[in-house]
Design a protein around this ligand. Structure first.
Ligand code: FDA
Length: 410
Protein backbone atom coordinates (compact mmCIF):
# COMPACT_ATOMS: atom_id res chain seq x y z
CA UNK A 1 0.00 0.00 0.00
CA UNK A 2 1.34 3.44 -0.82
CA UNK A 3 1.99 5.93 1.97
CA UNK A 4 -0.97 8.33 2.42
CA UNK A 5 -0.05 11.95 1.64
CA UNK A 6 -1.45 14.91 3.60
CA UNK A 7 -1.08 18.65 3.31
CA UNK A 8 -0.38 18.67 7.03
CA UNK A 9 0.19 16.16 9.81
CA UNK A 10 -0.46 17.60 13.26
CA UNK A 11 1.00 15.80 16.28
CA UNK A 12 -1.03 16.34 19.47
CA UNK A 13 -4.85 16.40 19.64
CA UNK A 14 -5.04 18.86 22.52
CA UNK A 15 -6.37 22.40 22.46
CA UNK A 16 -3.94 23.78 19.87
CA UNK A 17 -3.78 20.66 17.68
CA UNK A 18 -7.56 20.19 17.43
CA UNK A 19 -8.17 23.84 16.65
CA UNK A 20 -5.39 24.01 14.06
CA UNK A 21 -6.60 20.81 12.39
CA UNK A 22 -10.17 22.11 12.20
CA UNK A 23 -9.14 25.47 10.74
CA UNK A 24 -6.75 23.96 8.21
CA UNK A 25 -9.28 21.30 7.21
CA UNK A 26 -11.97 23.93 6.70
CA UNK A 27 -9.57 25.75 4.36
CA UNK A 28 -9.74 22.63 2.18
CA UNK A 29 -6.45 21.07 3.27
CA UNK A 30 -6.07 17.34 3.81
CA UNK A 31 -5.14 17.02 7.47
CA UNK A 32 -4.11 14.12 9.71
CA UNK A 33 -4.18 14.57 13.49
CA UNK A 34 -2.15 12.06 15.53
CA UNK A 35 -2.17 11.62 19.33
CA UNK A 36 -0.70 8.86 21.49
CA UNK A 37 -3.30 9.27 24.27
CA UNK A 38 -6.38 7.10 24.59
CA UNK A 39 -8.72 10.12 24.88
CA UNK A 40 -8.79 13.36 22.99
CA UNK A 41 -8.08 16.72 24.73
CA UNK A 42 -7.64 15.42 28.27
CA UNK A 43 -6.39 18.77 29.53
CA UNK A 44 -9.47 20.57 28.28
CA UNK A 45 -11.56 17.93 30.07
CA UNK A 46 -9.94 18.60 33.47
CA UNK A 47 -9.45 22.33 32.98
CA UNK A 48 -11.16 25.00 35.00
CA UNK A 49 -12.38 22.44 37.54
CA UNK A 50 -14.20 20.58 34.70
CA UNK A 51 -15.77 23.76 33.26
CA UNK A 52 -12.86 24.93 31.06
CA UNK A 53 -11.86 28.55 31.50
CA UNK A 54 -11.58 28.85 27.73
CA UNK A 55 -10.49 32.50 27.36
CA UNK A 56 -10.24 35.84 29.15
CA UNK A 57 -12.02 39.07 28.21
CA UNK A 58 -9.26 41.20 29.81
CA UNK A 59 -6.60 39.97 27.39
CA UNK A 60 -5.13 42.91 25.47
CA UNK A 61 -3.32 41.61 22.37
CA UNK A 62 -1.45 44.94 22.11
CA UNK A 63 0.17 44.38 25.52
CA UNK A 64 0.86 40.63 25.75
CA UNK A 65 3.58 41.15 28.37
CA UNK A 66 0.79 41.94 30.89
CA UNK A 67 -0.49 38.36 30.90
CA UNK A 68 2.18 36.22 29.23
CA UNK A 69 5.68 35.09 30.21
CA UNK A 70 8.58 33.87 28.12
CA UNK A 71 11.88 35.25 26.88
CA UNK A 72 9.94 37.38 24.39
CA UNK A 73 6.25 37.77 25.31
CA UNK A 74 5.84 40.25 22.39
CA UNK A 75 6.12 37.21 20.12
CA UNK A 76 2.47 36.32 20.73
CA UNK A 77 1.15 39.77 19.81
CA UNK A 78 0.59 39.01 16.12
CA UNK A 79 -1.29 35.73 16.67
CA UNK A 80 -3.36 37.14 19.55
CA UNK A 81 -4.34 40.20 17.49
CA UNK A 82 -5.45 38.11 14.53
CA UNK A 83 -7.50 35.63 16.58
CA UNK A 84 -8.83 37.33 19.69
CA UNK A 85 -10.84 36.20 22.72
CA UNK A 86 -13.87 37.75 20.96
CA UNK A 87 -13.33 35.46 17.96
CA UNK A 88 -13.33 32.37 20.18
CA UNK A 89 -16.36 33.64 22.12
CA UNK A 90 -18.19 34.01 18.80
CA UNK A 91 -17.35 30.39 17.94
CA UNK A 92 -18.57 29.17 21.33
CA UNK A 93 -21.80 31.14 20.83
CA UNK A 94 -22.28 29.70 17.32
CA UNK A 95 -22.19 26.24 18.93
CA UNK A 96 -24.80 27.28 21.48
CA UNK A 97 -22.50 26.70 24.46
CA UNK A 98 -23.65 28.71 27.48
CA UNK A 99 -20.91 30.40 29.47
CA UNK A 100 -20.37 32.89 32.25
CA UNK A 101 -17.70 35.26 33.54
CA UNK A 102 -16.44 34.23 36.93
CA UNK A 103 -13.69 36.59 38.00
CA UNK A 104 -11.34 39.09 36.34
CA UNK A 105 -12.57 38.41 32.79
CA UNK A 106 -12.35 34.60 33.07
CA UNK A 107 -14.95 32.82 30.92
CA UNK A 108 -16.14 29.32 31.84
CA UNK A 109 -18.60 26.91 30.21
CA UNK A 110 -21.80 26.81 32.29
CA UNK A 111 -22.18 23.04 32.06
CA UNK A 112 -18.96 21.20 31.31
CA UNK A 113 -15.65 21.28 29.46
CA UNK A 114 -17.04 18.42 27.34
CA UNK A 115 -19.03 21.03 25.42
CA UNK A 116 -15.81 22.72 24.29
CA UNK A 117 -14.30 19.35 23.28
CA UNK A 118 -17.44 18.40 21.31
CA UNK A 119 -17.30 21.79 19.60
CA UNK A 120 -13.67 21.25 18.54
CA UNK A 121 -14.43 17.73 17.29
CA UNK A 122 -17.43 19.04 15.31
CA UNK A 123 -15.18 21.72 13.78
CA UNK A 124 -12.66 18.99 12.86
CA UNK A 125 -15.44 16.91 11.29
CA UNK A 126 -16.44 19.99 9.23
CA UNK A 127 -12.87 20.14 7.99
CA UNK A 128 -12.80 16.37 7.22
CA UNK A 129 -9.82 15.96 9.52
CA UNK A 130 -8.57 12.37 9.83
CA UNK A 131 -7.59 11.34 13.34
CA UNK A 132 -5.26 8.49 14.35
CA UNK A 133 -5.62 7.95 18.08
CA UNK A 134 -4.21 6.34 20.16
CA UNK A 135 -1.20 6.31 17.88
CA UNK A 136 2.42 6.88 18.81
CA UNK A 137 4.91 8.54 16.48
CA UNK A 138 8.15 6.60 16.15
CA UNK A 139 10.21 8.60 13.72
CA UNK A 140 10.15 11.76 11.63
CA UNK A 141 12.31 12.16 8.53
CA UNK A 142 12.55 15.34 6.46
CA UNK A 143 13.18 15.10 2.72
CA UNK A 144 14.56 18.27 1.19
CA UNK A 145 13.92 19.08 -2.49
CA UNK A 146 16.55 17.46 -4.71
CA UNK A 147 19.62 19.35 -5.89
CA UNK A 148 17.90 20.40 -9.12
CA UNK A 149 15.14 22.00 -7.08
CA UNK A 150 12.54 19.74 -8.66
CA UNK A 151 10.01 18.21 -6.29
CA UNK A 152 9.18 19.73 -2.95
CA UNK A 153 10.18 19.06 0.62
CA UNK A 154 8.12 16.71 2.76
CA UNK A 155 7.98 14.97 6.14
CA UNK A 156 7.78 11.20 6.46
CA UNK A 157 6.11 10.26 9.77
CA UNK A 158 6.44 6.70 10.98
CA UNK A 159 3.60 5.85 13.38
CA UNK A 160 2.11 2.84 15.19
CA UNK A 161 -0.56 2.79 12.46
CA UNK A 162 1.94 2.91 9.62
CA UNK A 163 3.65 5.70 7.70
CA UNK A 164 2.21 9.04 6.61
CA UNK A 165 3.76 11.74 4.47
CA UNK A 166 3.04 15.46 4.56
CA UNK A 167 4.06 18.78 3.08
CA UNK A 168 3.91 20.35 6.57
CA UNK A 169 4.37 19.05 10.09
CA UNK A 170 2.75 20.84 13.04
CA UNK A 171 3.96 20.04 16.56
CA UNK A 172 1.21 20.63 19.14
CA UNK A 173 2.37 18.24 21.84
CA UNK A 174 1.99 20.69 24.75
CA UNK A 175 4.20 20.81 27.83
CA UNK A 176 5.30 18.42 30.54
CA UNK A 177 2.54 18.99 33.10
CA UNK A 178 0.39 16.06 34.21
CA UNK A 179 2.31 13.17 32.60
CA UNK A 180 -0.35 10.66 33.64
CA UNK A 181 -2.77 12.07 31.05
CA UNK A 182 -0.36 12.04 28.13
CA UNK A 183 2.11 14.90 28.55
CA UNK A 184 5.51 14.11 27.07
CA UNK A 185 8.74 15.81 26.01
CA UNK A 186 8.21 14.74 22.41
CA UNK A 187 7.82 18.27 21.08
CA UNK A 188 11.14 19.29 22.59
CA UNK A 189 12.78 16.20 21.11
CA UNK A 190 11.47 17.10 17.64
CA UNK A 191 12.84 20.63 18.16
CA UNK A 192 16.25 19.16 19.05
CA UNK A 193 16.14 16.82 16.05
CA UNK A 194 15.86 19.88 13.79
CA UNK A 195 18.46 21.91 15.70
CA UNK A 196 16.03 24.41 17.25
CA UNK A 197 17.03 26.19 20.47
CA UNK A 198 15.01 25.46 23.62
CA UNK A 199 14.41 27.62 26.67
CA UNK A 200 14.87 25.64 29.89
CA UNK A 201 11.53 24.19 31.04
CA UNK A 202 10.12 24.35 34.57
CA UNK A 203 6.69 23.88 36.14
CA UNK A 204 4.40 26.95 36.19
CA UNK A 205 1.04 27.71 37.82
CA UNK A 206 2.06 25.21 40.47
CA UNK A 207 1.64 24.90 44.28
CA UNK A 208 4.75 25.78 46.29
CA UNK A 209 6.23 23.59 49.04
CA UNK A 210 8.15 24.34 52.22
CA UNK A 211 10.54 22.51 54.50
CA UNK A 212 8.58 19.95 56.58
CA UNK A 213 9.76 21.14 60.01
CA UNK A 214 9.40 24.86 59.19
CA UNK A 215 5.95 24.23 57.77
CA UNK A 216 4.65 22.19 60.72
CA UNK A 217 2.99 25.16 62.53
CA UNK A 218 1.03 26.05 59.37
CA UNK A 219 0.19 22.52 58.19
CA UNK A 220 -2.83 22.47 60.49
CA UNK A 221 -4.25 25.37 58.49
CA UNK A 222 -4.63 23.04 55.48
CA UNK A 223 -7.87 23.82 53.67
CA UNK A 224 -8.01 27.46 54.79
CA UNK A 225 -8.46 29.97 51.94
CA UNK A 226 -8.27 33.75 52.22
CA UNK A 227 -7.63 36.77 49.98
CA UNK A 228 -4.03 38.02 50.11
CA UNK A 229 -1.55 40.23 48.36
CA UNK A 230 1.45 38.14 47.31
CA UNK A 231 4.70 39.34 45.79
CA UNK A 232 8.17 38.20 44.76
CA UNK A 233 11.26 39.77 43.20
CA UNK A 234 12.60 43.29 43.49
CA UNK A 235 12.66 46.45 41.38
CA UNK A 236 11.50 46.04 37.79
CA UNK A 237 11.33 42.27 38.30
CA UNK A 238 8.81 42.55 41.15
CA UNK A 239 5.43 40.87 40.56
CA UNK A 240 2.41 41.23 42.84
CA UNK A 241 -0.99 39.48 42.70
CA UNK A 242 -4.21 40.05 44.64
CA UNK A 243 -5.92 36.68 44.75
CA UNK A 244 -6.99 33.90 47.11
CA UNK A 245 -4.38 31.82 48.88
CA UNK A 246 -4.94 28.24 50.02
CA UNK A 247 -3.01 26.50 52.81
CA UNK A 248 -2.17 22.84 52.07
CA UNK A 249 -0.49 20.11 54.12
CA UNK A 250 2.80 20.64 52.27
CA UNK A 251 2.68 24.34 51.52
CA UNK A 252 0.66 26.95 49.68
CA UNK A 253 -1.66 26.85 46.70
CA UNK A 254 -4.72 28.71 45.40
CA UNK A 255 -4.81 31.27 42.56
CA UNK A 256 -2.45 33.70 44.37
CA UNK A 257 0.29 31.11 44.69
CA UNK A 258 -0.24 29.54 41.26
CA UNK A 259 0.13 32.97 39.65
CA UNK A 260 3.23 33.96 41.63
CA UNK A 261 4.83 30.51 41.10
CA UNK A 262 5.39 31.31 37.42
CA UNK A 263 7.52 34.32 38.45
CA UNK A 264 9.15 32.75 41.53
CA UNK A 265 12.86 31.99 41.21
CA UNK A 266 14.47 29.16 43.18
CA UNK A 267 15.68 30.40 46.58
CA UNK A 268 13.80 33.73 46.42
CA UNK A 269 11.41 34.73 49.22
CA UNK A 270 7.71 35.51 48.89
CA UNK A 271 6.06 38.42 50.72
CA UNK A 272 2.46 37.85 51.70
CA UNK A 273 0.03 40.36 53.17
CA UNK A 274 -2.51 38.16 54.95
CA UNK A 275 -4.83 41.08 55.67
CA UNK A 276 -4.72 43.26 52.54
CA UNK A 277 -6.65 46.49 52.76
CA UNK A 278 -6.91 46.32 56.56
CA UNK A 279 -5.06 48.82 58.76
CA UNK A 280 -3.97 46.20 61.30
CA UNK A 281 -1.95 48.48 63.64
CA UNK A 282 -4.94 50.85 63.99
CA UNK A 283 -7.49 48.02 64.32
CA UNK A 284 -5.47 46.24 67.02
CA UNK A 285 -4.85 49.51 68.91
CA UNK A 286 -8.60 50.24 68.91
CA UNK A 287 -9.35 46.70 70.11
CA UNK A 288 -6.80 47.10 72.91
CA UNK A 289 -8.53 50.30 74.06
CA UNK A 290 -12.00 48.76 74.30
CA UNK A 291 -11.68 44.97 74.78
CA UNK A 292 -10.51 42.40 77.29
CA UNK A 293 -10.83 39.49 74.89
CA UNK A 294 -7.80 37.42 74.00
CA UNK A 295 -5.63 38.66 71.15
CA UNK A 296 -6.64 35.68 68.99
CA UNK A 297 -10.35 36.48 69.42
CA UNK A 298 -9.90 40.13 68.45
CA UNK A 299 -7.67 39.15 65.53
CA UNK A 300 -10.41 36.76 64.38
CA UNK A 301 -12.62 39.78 63.61
CA UNK A 302 -10.01 40.88 61.06
CA UNK A 303 -8.71 37.64 59.49
CA UNK A 304 -10.16 34.08 59.38
CA UNK A 305 -10.47 32.62 62.91
CA UNK A 306 -8.24 29.60 62.17
CA UNK A 307 -5.46 31.87 60.99
CA UNK A 308 -5.89 34.19 63.98
CA UNK A 309 -5.70 31.23 66.33
CA UNK A 310 -2.66 29.66 64.75
CA UNK A 311 -0.82 32.96 64.45
CA UNK A 312 -1.44 34.15 67.99
CA UNK A 313 -0.35 30.70 69.19
CA UNK A 314 3.19 31.21 67.87
CA UNK A 315 4.23 33.87 70.44
CA UNK A 316 3.64 33.99 74.22
CA UNK A 317 3.14 37.80 74.02
CA UNK A 318 0.01 37.23 71.93
CA UNK A 319 -1.54 34.55 74.15
CA UNK A 320 -3.19 36.95 76.60
CA UNK A 321 -6.08 39.44 76.74
CA UNK A 322 -5.49 42.17 74.21
CA UNK A 323 -5.64 44.95 76.81
CA UNK A 324 -2.66 43.31 78.56
CA UNK A 325 -0.58 42.92 75.37
CA UNK A 326 2.17 45.51 74.94
CA UNK A 327 1.97 48.02 72.09
CA UNK A 328 5.25 46.58 70.82
CA UNK A 329 3.84 43.02 70.75
CA UNK A 330 0.74 44.16 68.84
CA UNK A 331 2.84 46.16 66.38
CA UNK A 332 4.95 43.04 65.79
CA UNK A 333 1.80 40.98 65.19
CA UNK A 334 0.44 43.51 62.69
CA UNK A 335 3.77 43.73 60.86
CA UNK A 336 4.17 39.95 60.59
CA UNK A 337 0.69 39.43 59.21
CA UNK A 338 1.07 42.26 56.71
CA UNK A 339 4.49 41.10 55.56
CA UNK A 340 4.82 37.37 56.02
CA UNK A 341 8.14 36.57 54.40
CA UNK A 342 8.87 32.96 53.58
CA UNK A 343 11.02 31.06 51.12
CA UNK A 344 9.60 28.02 49.36
CA UNK A 345 11.89 25.02 49.10
CA UNK A 346 10.36 23.92 45.82
CA UNK A 347 7.19 23.25 43.85
CA UNK A 348 4.81 20.30 43.55
CA UNK A 349 6.37 19.73 40.13
CA UNK A 350 4.83 18.64 36.84
CA UNK A 351 2.49 16.27 38.68
CA UNK A 352 0.45 19.31 39.82
CA UNK A 353 1.60 22.12 37.52
CA UNK A 354 -1.01 23.54 35.15
CA UNK A 355 1.61 24.62 32.62
CA UNK A 356 5.24 24.33 31.58
CA UNK A 357 7.34 27.47 31.39
CA UNK A 358 10.02 27.56 28.67
CA UNK A 359 9.97 25.45 25.52
CA UNK A 360 10.79 26.11 21.89
CA UNK A 361 12.67 29.40 21.68
CA UNK A 362 10.47 31.95 19.88
CA UNK A 363 13.52 33.42 18.12
CA UNK A 364 13.51 30.30 15.96
CA UNK A 365 9.87 30.81 14.85
CA UNK A 366 7.95 33.26 12.70
CA UNK A 367 5.46 35.15 14.86
CA UNK A 368 3.07 35.46 11.89
CA UNK A 369 2.92 31.74 11.05
CA UNK A 370 4.66 29.80 13.86
CA UNK A 371 6.87 28.17 11.18
CA UNK A 372 10.53 27.51 11.97
CA UNK A 373 12.69 30.08 10.28
CA UNK A 374 15.36 27.55 9.34
CA UNK A 375 13.20 24.49 8.70
CA UNK A 376 10.53 24.91 5.99
CA UNK A 377 7.19 23.27 6.70
CA UNK A 378 7.80 22.65 10.41
CA UNK A 379 5.52 24.52 12.85
CA UNK A 380 5.21 24.66 16.65
CA UNK A 381 2.00 25.86 18.33
CA UNK A 382 0.50 26.06 21.83
CA UNK A 383 2.25 25.29 25.06
CA UNK A 384 5.30 23.60 23.51
CA UNK A 385 6.45 27.13 22.57
CA UNK A 386 8.17 29.38 25.14
CA UNK A 387 4.98 31.36 25.80
CA UNK A 388 3.09 30.86 29.07
CA UNK A 389 -0.04 32.67 30.15
CA UNK A 390 -1.39 33.66 33.53
CA UNK A 391 -4.03 31.61 35.21
CA UNK A 392 -7.45 32.62 33.90
CA UNK A 393 -7.97 31.37 30.34
CA UNK A 394 -4.83 32.94 28.87
CA UNK A 395 -3.18 29.61 28.06
CA UNK A 396 -6.13 28.33 26.06
CA UNK A 397 -6.34 31.63 24.20
CA UNK A 398 -2.67 31.23 23.25
CA UNK A 399 -3.46 27.69 22.03
CA UNK A 400 -6.38 28.96 19.88
CA UNK A 401 -4.51 32.01 18.54
CA UNK A 402 -1.24 30.24 17.71
CA UNK A 403 -3.19 27.39 16.10
CA UNK A 404 -5.16 29.85 13.98
CA UNK A 405 -2.01 31.70 12.85
CA UNK A 406 -0.45 28.40 11.80
CA UNK A 407 -3.57 27.06 10.07
CA UNK A 408 -3.79 30.16 7.85
CA UNK A 409 -0.20 29.60 6.71
CA UNK A 410 -0.23 25.84 6.01
P1 FDA B 1 -2.25 20.01 25.32
O1 FDA B 1 -1.52 19.54 26.51
O2 FDA B 1 -3.63 20.47 25.45
O3 FDA B 1 -2.23 18.89 24.20
C1 FDA B 1 -1.07 18.18 23.86
C2 FDA B 1 -1.49 16.88 23.21
O4 FDA B 1 -0.32 16.26 22.68
C3 FDA B 1 -2.12 15.91 24.19
O5 FDA B 1 -3.34 15.44 23.67
C4 FDA B 1 -1.09 14.79 24.31
O6 FDA B 1 -1.67 13.52 24.49
C5 FDA B 1 -0.39 14.87 22.95
N1 FDA B 1 0.96 14.33 22.98
C6 FDA B 1 1.93 14.58 23.88
N2 FDA B 1 3.01 13.84 23.58
C7 FDA B 1 2.72 13.14 22.46
C8 FDA B 1 3.44 12.19 21.69
N3 FDA B 1 4.67 11.81 22.02
N4 FDA B 1 2.83 11.65 20.61
C9 FDA B 1 1.57 11.98 20.27
N5 FDA B 1 0.83 12.87 20.98
C10 FDA B 1 1.41 13.44 22.06
N6 FDA B 1 -5.61 26.81 30.68
C11 FDA B 1 -6.58 27.73 30.54
O7 FDA B 1 -6.43 28.64 29.73
N7 FDA B 1 -7.74 27.65 31.28
C12 FDA B 1 -7.95 26.64 32.19
O8 FDA B 1 -9.04 26.55 32.80
C13 FDA B 1 -6.90 25.71 32.40
N8 FDA B 1 -7.01 24.75 33.35
C14 FDA B 1 -6.04 23.80 33.49
C15 FDA B 1 -6.17 22.81 34.47
C16 FDA B 1 -5.20 21.83 34.61
C17 FDA B 1 -5.32 20.80 35.70
C18 FDA B 1 -4.08 21.81 33.71
C19 FDA B 1 -3.04 20.74 33.80
C20 FDA B 1 -3.94 22.80 32.76
C21 FDA B 1 -4.90 23.81 32.64
N9 FDA B 1 -4.77 24.83 31.70
C22 FDA B 1 -5.75 25.78 31.58
C23 FDA B 1 -3.62 24.88 30.77
C24 FDA B 1 -4.05 24.32 29.40
O9 FDA B 1 -4.68 23.07 29.59
C25 FDA B 1 -2.87 24.16 28.46
O10 FDA B 1 -2.12 25.35 28.42
C26 FDA B 1 -3.35 23.80 27.05
O11 FDA B 1 -4.04 22.57 27.10
C27 FDA B 1 -2.19 23.70 26.09
O12 FDA B 1 -2.69 23.28 24.86
P2 FDA B 1 -1.77 22.44 23.87
O13 FDA B 1 -2.65 22.00 22.77
O14 FDA B 1 -0.54 23.19 23.56
O15 FDA B 1 -1.32 21.17 24.73
Amino acid sequence: MSTPFFDAVIIGAGAAGLFCAAQAGQRGLKVLLVDHAEKVAEKIRISGGGRCNFTNRDLDPRAPQRHFLGQNPQFCRSALSRYTPQDFIALVQRHGIAFHEKHKGQLFADRSAEGIISMLLAECADGRVQRWQPCGVKKIVFSAPDAQGTGSSSYQIDTDRGPAQARSLVVATGGLSIPKIGASDFGYRIARQFGLPLVQQRPGLVPLTFDGADWAPYARLAGLALPVEIGTGAGKERMVFHEDLLFTHRGLSGPAVLQISSYWQDGAPLDIDLAPGIDLPAALAQAKARSRKRVANELATLVPARLADAWAGTDADWQRPINEASDKALARLAAQLARWRLTPTGTEGYRKAEVTLGGVDTHALSQQTMECRAQPGLYFIGEVVDITGWLGGYNFQWAWSSAHACAQAL
